[in-house]
Structures are given as C-alpha cells and as structure tokens.
Design a protein around this ligand. Sequence first.
Ligand SMILES: CC/C=C\C/C=C\C/C=C\C/C=C\C/C=C\C/C=C\C=C\C(=O)SCCNC(=O)CCNC(=O)[C@H](O)C(C)(C)COP(=O)(O)OP(=O)(O)OC[C@H]1O[C@@H](n2cnc3c(N)ncnc32)[C@H](O)[C@@H]1OP(=O)(O)O
Ligand SMILES: NC(=O)C1=CN([C@@H]2O[C@H](COP(=O)(O)OP(=O)(O)OC[C@H]3O[C@@H](n4cnc5c(N)ncnc54)[C@H](OP(=O)(O)O)[C@@H]3O)[C@@H](O)[C@H]2O)C=CC1
Length: 193
Amino acid sequence: MAIPERCIENYKYTFQKELLRGKVAFVTGGASGICFTIAEVLMRHGCDTVIVSRRMDKLKQSADLLMKATGRRCVPIQMDVRKPEQIIKAVDEALAQMGRIDILINGAAGNFLAPAASLSFNAFKTVMEIDAHGTFNVSKVVYDKFFKDHGGMIVNITATLQMRGTALQTHAGSAKAAIGKHAYCHQLNVNNT
Ligand SMILES: CC/C=C\C/C=C\C/C=C\C/C=C\C/C=C\C/C=C\C=C\C(=O)SCCNC(=O)CCNC(=O)[C@H](O)C(C)(C)COP(=O)(O)OP(=O)(O)OC[C@H]1O[C@@H](n2cnc3c(N)ncnc32)[C@H](O)[C@@H]1OP(=O)(O)O
Ligand SMILES: NC(=O)C1=CN([C@@H]2O[C@H](COP(=O)(O)OP(=O)(O)OC[C@H]3O[C@@H](n4cnc5c(N)ncnc54)[C@H](OP(=O)(O)O)[C@@H]3O)[C@@H](O)[C@H]2O)C=CC1
C-alpha cells in the first residue's frame, strides 16, 4: 500500500475562503507531492477536484484524505498522460461525474538523477513523454472536450533546473524547457486568434 500524503495542519487563508466555490479542477499527478497539496488548497477554497495518475490505490487513498480534510468532493480516475485513449476516457468520466472542468493542473512528471552518458534512448524518451507530451496531450483533450466552448485555465507545473542547466538532469531539463515554450507559444496563439 502506498504511503499516504499529509494535509496541511492549521491552514491559513490568504484568499477568500469560497473563492472557487462551484469550480472543478482536473489535477494530473494530484495523488502525491506538490500536486496533492495544490489539490488540497484548491479544495479548501471551495473547488471540487478530479485527481488522475497511474496508481488507483494511491489515488483512492489521497482522494479520501483530501475529502476528509476539506469537505469537498474529489474523484480519483486512473490514466497515463502518455496514452491519449486513456486521457479521453478519463476526461469523459470527469465531465460525466462533475459536469464541468474549470482548471487544468498539468503536474504529472517523471524524473530520476542520471548522468547524460548513462541515459538510454528509452530513458530520455520516457521523461519527455510524461512531462512534455503529457502536458500537451491532456491540455488538448480538456480543451477539445470543454475549454473550447466554455473557457478555462491551464496551469503547467515546470521547474527551474532547466534555466541555467543542472547536472544529472538532461532529460528533465529538456522536458521542462519544452513545457515552458509550449505555454509561451500557446499563449501567443490564443491571443492572436
Ligand atoms: C527526481 C529526483 C530524485 C531524487 C532527488 C534526490 C536528491 C536531490 C539531489 C540533488 C538535486 C539535483 C537535481 C534536482 C532534481 C530534481 C528536482 C527538480 C525537478 C523535479 C522534477 C520532478 O519531476 S520530481 C517528480 C519525480 N517523480 C517521479 O518521477 C514519479 C514517477 N516516476 C516514474 O514513474 C519512474 O521513475 C519513471 C520516470 C522512470 C517512469 O516510469 P516507467 O514509465 O515505468 O518507466 P521505466 O520502464 O521504469 O523506465 C523507462 C526507462 O528509463 C530508465 N530509467 C529509469 N530510472 C532510471 C535511472 N534512475 N537512471 C537511468 N535510467 C533510468 C529505464 O531503465 C528505462 O529505460 P530502458 O532503456 O532500460 O528501457
Ligand atoms: N519535487 C521537486 O523538487 C520539484 C518538482 N517539480 C515539479 O512538480 C510536480 C510534482 O512533483 P513532485 O511532487 O515532486 O512529484 P511526485 O512524484 O509526487 O508526483 C508526480 C506524480 O505524477 C504522476 N505520474 C507520473 N507519471 C505519470 C503518467 N505517465 N501518467 C499519469 N500520472 C503520472 C505520479 O503518479 P503515478 O506514479 O501513480 O502515475 C505522481 O503522482 C512535477 O511536475 C515536478 O516536475 C518542479 C520542481 C522541483
């Protein structure tokens, strides 16, 4: 059984408590780490969430913790951000259960510390596919199925390691740089159309 995440003790509000009441967020990687806490903070502000990743046991455990701590709804759905057919199914299920998606958090990522010389073709490809392709894949499906007609917000979780370069991080640095440029180009596209 996966080790459970922990919710924030004595949460202090900076924003209005009900700021996101009636909104729904779709959070990739939301069962663990940073994106678990992002889901928690959104829920503490009235938002309902869908958390997605590959391990259903971990998703269920985290969804239970989040609902108990915040009193909001959290639906766990299994999917791999590298597999478009799984994303389409997951977004369909999210919309069937929640009726809407207002916020997409692209947080799912894969990483490990490894010298560039020891990266196999598949090691580099795997991290690029989870981080960079995954961000595009999920954004495309959520856009096509909901944001195109209703609007919505996409938040891509990147890093700083790619900005000046970081040892042992050729794969993750390349993937996170791609995500940054993707967001920038996408913004230009949206503003020009
Ligand atoms: C991530 C850092 C980890 C620990 C940090 C510890 C100390 C910090 C010290 C200094 C800091 C220095 C730098 C900063 C580093 C990081 C912080 C900044 C950014 C962080 C970004 C993040 O994304 S953190 C999130 C990390 N979370 C995860 O990775 C969870 C999900 N991870 C996974 O699912 C796997 O780890 C996976 C990414 C490998 C994907 O799994 P899967 O699809 O099942 O793939 P596999 O079949 O297992 O592997 C695919 C190919 O990759 C090769 N591989 C796997 N691991 C390694 C490795 N350690 N070294 C080299 N190659 C590896 C594997 O062999 C496969 O290739 P083949 O050719 O064999 O097929
Ligand atoms: N930790 C850090 O120091 C830093 C992290 N970041 C970024 O913050 C975000 C969260 O990182 P962190 O909390 O450390 O990491 P975690 O390992 O806790 O979170 C990564 C999540 O992504 C999910 N995931 C991985 N691969 C896939 C996939 N193929 N499909 C669907 N879900 C997947 C994992 O679940 P599962 O394995 O069950 O699929 C896991 O829940 C990431 O984008 C990371 O790059 C940025 C800078 C620094």
